[in-house]
Each structure stands twice: as C-alpha cells, then as structure tokens.
Design a protein around this ligand. Structure first.
Ligand code: GLU
Length: 289
C-alpha cells in the first residue's frame, strides 16, 4: 500500500501561473519521492467564478509541465451532498447559525465600531446574527437568503487545545482569530474551508503541500477536522513566489500564465527543474521559507 498521498487542488477561476506551477511541482515531487500518490482535485465550488475553460486549462498546463496524477480527478461541484451532510451535523451540534447579513451591512457595522477586531483575512464578522432567537432564525430562513457561519468561540471551547504539524514544527491552532467563518455561502452551497477539510480526509491525503498563504487557515481546518471526526494530515507550507513588483503572483498584477509562457516557447522541463531548484526567473523571489 502506498502510504503517502498528496494533492494539487486548484480553483478553476483563472489560468495557472508560476505560483501554481511551483505548488503543483512540489506536491508532485513529494509524492514521487515517497513512492506515494499524487491526486488532482478541482475546487469548483464557486458558481460565480469557476469556468469550464479554466478546468481544461489546468489539464493542459499540468500536462505541459510533465505532471501526471494518479486515480480519478475529484470535482468538488459533484460532492455537494457530502458537504451538506457535514453542515447538518454541525447544525445538530448547535455549532453553526444562519447569517442574513449582506456584505454592505457587515462593512457598515465594522466601520461603525471604533476598534473592529481584525483576523488573518481582514475584519472579523461582528456577530450580528449569532444572537438571534430560534424563532427569528426559523422565520427568516424561510424567506431570506442566508449563509451559515461557524460559532467559532463555542466550537473552539468545545474542542479544547488543538495542534497540527507544519514540517516538524507543532503549531497550536488559534481558529478564533478568524471569527465566525462562513461554511456555506448565500451564493455557493459550501465554502473553501469546509470543502477542503472534508475532501482531504475523504481522499486519504496524508501530506498537504501548499503555499504559505494558507498557513493561518489551517487553524480553521484543524478545528473542523476535530468537529467532524476527520483525520489530520501533515502540512508542508511552501514559500510564496513574488513577482518583480514584490507582490504575490496574480493575473491582475500581470503575472504571466503558464499558457502565455508556453506560447512564448518556454521549455517546460527547464522551467520545472529551475523552479524545483529554487532558481526563479529574473526579478522573482520566494518568501516565507
Ligand atoms: N483551491 C485553493 C486555491 O486554489 C487551494 C486549496 C488548498 O491547497 O488547500 O487557492
């Protein structure tokens, strides 16, 4: 039996760039070095942003980079019932609540508060809907669009101290820093945090190789693993690539996509070897090692 399982889990909301290539190459190398399994999961849960042409683009780009994956590709859009069942479990435990706030209502409330607490993802949800009565929740659920939020203080208190490992370092989870995160959105049946946690466990992922940008979010994933009785993988958060402007790579900052590099005649074998050796294109840097 193969005992190491890694995955690459892109969201098909745009074309892949060098940062994605770096992440995929590192996860792939980890699996191959351990005679393990490398999975591909398409995180297409956001109906407003996921596009079929970007899914095709992911396949083209991975093939171009010479990355082969094992087993069937998992599409999160086909697993909504599983996520809904997990949400029901959390509802039954009284750990989630419906939230009827609009973005602008939340922003207005945050702006009106003199010292609105901030977390790793920005201002925390002020908790407006947390205290609604059971009757009000029932009545409003029937007629108003709503998200579902995790009552993070309650869930963390119930869980007690939780830890996860990044490489060989033990990290104590502090999920409360994120406030009451959304687990199901108004416009999408599940959020990234819930879907990723469930799927990594369901697919038997033992080692998660991904960028430092998701380091803090692991605290929330660790809490969800505990609440849902799921296994905790090992984490390997890798440095983030910064472009010549010192910013994280993103299409909006003009980072070239792999498709563009291909069109310009880049040699994928050389590119992969250079990235894996930490030899970045001129002007690029890696942070968070
Ligand atoms: N789908 C996420 C993204 O593209 C990555 C998920 C993960 O590696 O945990 O940013």
């Amino acid at each position: 039996m193969k005992d190491k399982v890694t995955r690459f889990a892109p969201s098909p909301t745009g074309r892949l760039h060098l940062g994605h290539a770096y992440s995929a190459l590192l996860a792939h190398r980890f699996a191959r070095e351990h005679d393990g399994i490398f999975l591909l999961r398409i995180e297409d849960i956001d109906p407003t942003r996921a596009r079929p042409e970007h899914i095709d683009g992911i396949f083209e780009d991975l093939e171009w980079l010479g990355l082969s994956f094992d087993e069937e590709i998992v599409y999160q859009s086909e697993r909504l019932e599983t996520y809904a069942a997990a949400l029901e479990e959390l509802k039954a435990d009284g750990l989630v609540y419906p939230c009827f706030c609009t973005r602008s209502e939340i922003a207005a409330e945050v702006a009106a508060s003199a010292a609105a607490p901030h977390g790793p993802d920005g201002p925390l949800y002020p908790g407006t809907c947390r205290g609604l009565s059971a009757e009000e929740r029932e009545a409003r659920i029937a007629r108003e669009a709503h998200a579902w939020r995790l009552d993070i203080a309650r869930a963390a208190a119930e869980a007690g101290p939780l830890y996860w490992e990044d490489e060989d370092t033990e990290v104590q989870a502090e999920p409360e820093r994120f406030g009451d995160v959304v687990l199901a959105r108004k416009d999408a049946p599940v959020s990234y945090h819930l879907a990723v946690t469930i799927d990594d466990a369901a697919q038997g992922v033992t080692d998660i190789v991904r960028g430092r940008d998701l380091y803090a979010a692991t605290d929330v994933h660790r809490l969800l693993q505990h609440l849902l009785g799921l296994s905790t993988p090992h984490y390997h958060h890798h440095p983030l690539l910064l472009g010549p402007d010192g910013q994280r790579l993103a299409k909006r900052h003009g980072a070239p996509t792999l498709a563009e590099l291909r069109q310009q005649g880049a040699d994928p074998e050389k590119l992969a070897a250079h990235l894996l050796a930490g030899r970045l294109p001129a002007g690029y840097s890696a942070v968070g090692a």
